[in-house]
Design a protein around this ligand. Structure first.
Ligand code: HEM
Length: 503
């Protein structure tokens, strides 16, 4: 064979390999994307490689969940997150089975950010069993009624600062308030105490290290949005690309503050029984974390909990307060009822500031918050990973390794459970019928439901009760507002605003 024949043979071989690889790839893609078709389950048509993720960074996950329920008004159907088949569940009965009754089949979440991100992968939200079970048990004392009562006192002090800041910065200067920002300041000042036991006041314009951390957490820039979206929706890629759950700057700050506080406690031999640092330091001694290479370090485990408590308390609560005010600004009749309820309690108490027990008694305020959380649930879907084959019904068995998403918005906007679901009607949460049973999921359900539910509700109530005594709320924006396309935990696109008018 001469050299030209060699070259031609080589060319034919390469072409053959390329064609062969291409055919194999096509077959693989076909097999992957026929997953739901082969099982007779309706599914959202995917595009190769991206699956149904074409919306990412253009539309929020919240909007995707909201829209898809209309396209597939079914108990369940299939979607593809990139190449991974995911079961989307929209029936409360099936959700109850997955989240509560058969939890042993679904003990973990699907999201992860890999071992290069210890704070991201070891926090209570992301951590897998069996470590999750130990952590959940050990962290629960943080939320006893006694502790919450004490923390409510501080929430109230910060809510008073909030009322003053609104007068100073928005009423006196005739500015429109960026709600997401000021309520993040309020939640940030409170979490500084509940996590680290330190008193700061960004609301009073004093420099706060916590605000530095939280400002980073609540800003949904393109890059943060992409990192978070990948961690939640395509964790394999997030892990390969070493994406982080918490930004580098936030992580460094949390580490610094945590160890400074811990050092001071040790030196002065003082304890603050109410804060998380104290609980975590005790936990560190208890944690029997192995010394083997690759196993999580106790320091990483405890820092991860501090980080997720900060994120958990700030992001969701500030969004809820912002949407609440936006709704009542557009519903003056609701506002009058609310004011009457709060004002009555204030008169009886002969004090503008209501305590923990008084706030629990405000039924209409609770109903309005519930209705806000129904319509604007910050977490649009709940997710679990199927650990072993699970017979969902007579037609379908979920295979081990399949992620399962519960579309919370499909349940919250279902006419069957909430007539006229697009209408803000807090009265639906005032009836005797327990409307919150399985069809109300803003905090999730089952053993992995939100550990900070009562803390979050109290934080929202404490601020609103004081605000509404001092101010009438008037709209500053049209009723329909867009969600932020970069936000994984739902957030309003431009922060939301209302006008505060002194009473
Ligand atoms: C309005 C406020 C809040 C809302 C709407 C909310 C919502 C949620 C939701 C939907 C989940 C997932 C539950 C599930 O999968 O079943 C969750 C979990 C969690 N939340 Fe919250 N949350 C709020 C406040 C808080 C607060 C104040 C904290 C911390 C102090 C917190 C910390 C957590 C943690 C650590 C988890 C993971 C629990 C686990 O897997 O064991 N959240 N939250």
């Amino acid at each position: 064979m001469d050299s030209s024949e060699y070259a031609s043979l080589f060319k034919r071989c390469v072409t053959g390999i390329l064609i062969g690889s291409f055919i194999l790839l096509c077959l693989l893609i076909r097999k992957t994307y026929n997953y739901w078709k082969d099982r007779g389950i309706p599914y959202d048509k995917p595009i190769p490689i991206f699956g149904n993720l074409g919306f990412i960074m253009r539309k929020s996950i919240w909007d995707y969940c909201y829209e898809i329920r209309n396209r597939y008004p079914k108990d369940y159907f299939g979607i593809f997150l990139a190449w991974t088949p995911v079961l989307m569940v929209q029936s409360p009965e099936l959700a109850k089975k997955i989240l509560i009754k058969d939890f042993e089949y679904f003990p973990n979440r699907y999201l992860y950010s890999g071992y290069s991100d210890p704070l991201g992968s070891l926090n209570l939200f992301t951590v897998k069993n069996p470590l999750w079970k130990t952590l959940r048990y050990e962290l629960s004392p943080m939320f006893t009624s006694l502790r919450l009562k004490k923390i409510t006192e501080l929430m109230n002090i910060n809510a008073t600062e909030l009322v003053r800041k609104i007068k100073r910065d928005y009423i006196d200067k005739n500015n429109v308030a960026n709600l997401k920002e000021i309520f993040s300041m309020y939640t940030s000042d409170t979490v500084a105490y509940s996590v680290f036991g330190i008193r700061v006041s960004i609301l009073n314009d004093k420099p706060s290290p916590l605000w530095y951390i939280t400002r980073h957490m609540v800003q949904w820039t393109f890059w943060r949005g992409l990192e978070f979206s990948m961690i939640f929706l395509v964790p394999l890629i997030a892990s390969i690309l070493r994406f982080k759950f918490f930004s580098g700057a936030a992580t460094d700050y949390i580490k610094n503050i945590f160890w400074n506080v811990a050092k001071k406690r040790k030196e002065s031999k003082t304890k603050n029984e109410e804060d998380l640092v104290n609980l975590l330091l005790k936990l560190k001694d208890k944690l029997k974390v192995s010394d083997e290479p690759g196993s999580p370090l106790a320091d990483d485990v405890i820092l991860a909990q501090a980080a997720v408590f900060i994120l958990g308390s700030i992001e969701t609560s500030s969004t809820t307060i912002a949407y609440f005010l936006h709704e009542i600004a557009h519903h003056p009749e609701v506002q009058v009822k609310l004011f009457n309820e709060i004002n009555e309690a204030v008169k009886q108490k002969e004090n503008d500031v209501l305590d923990y027990n008084d706030l629990l008694e405000l039924k209409y305020l609770t109903a309005c918050i519930n209705e806000t959380l129904r319509m604007h649930a910050p977490v649009a879907y709940l997710e679990r990973l199927c650990a072993k084959n699970y017979k969902l019904d007579d037609n379908f068995t979920i295979e081990a390794g399949t992620p399962v998403f519960i579309n919370v918005l499909a349940i919250h906007y279902n006419e069957k459970y909430y007539p006229e679901p697009e209408m803000f009607q807090p009265e639906r949460f005032m009836s005797d019928i327990d409307n919150t049973n399985n069809v109300f999921l803003p905090f999730g359900e089952g053993p992995r439901f939100c550990i900070g539910k009562r803390y979050g509700m109290m934080q929202v109530k404490a601020s609103l009760a004081q605000l509404l005594v001092h101010y009438k709320i008037k709209p500053a924006l049209p009723y329909t507002v867009k969600t932020d396309p970069y936000a994984v935990i739902m957030a309003p696109k431009d922060g939301l605003s209302v006008k505060f008018v002194p009473r």
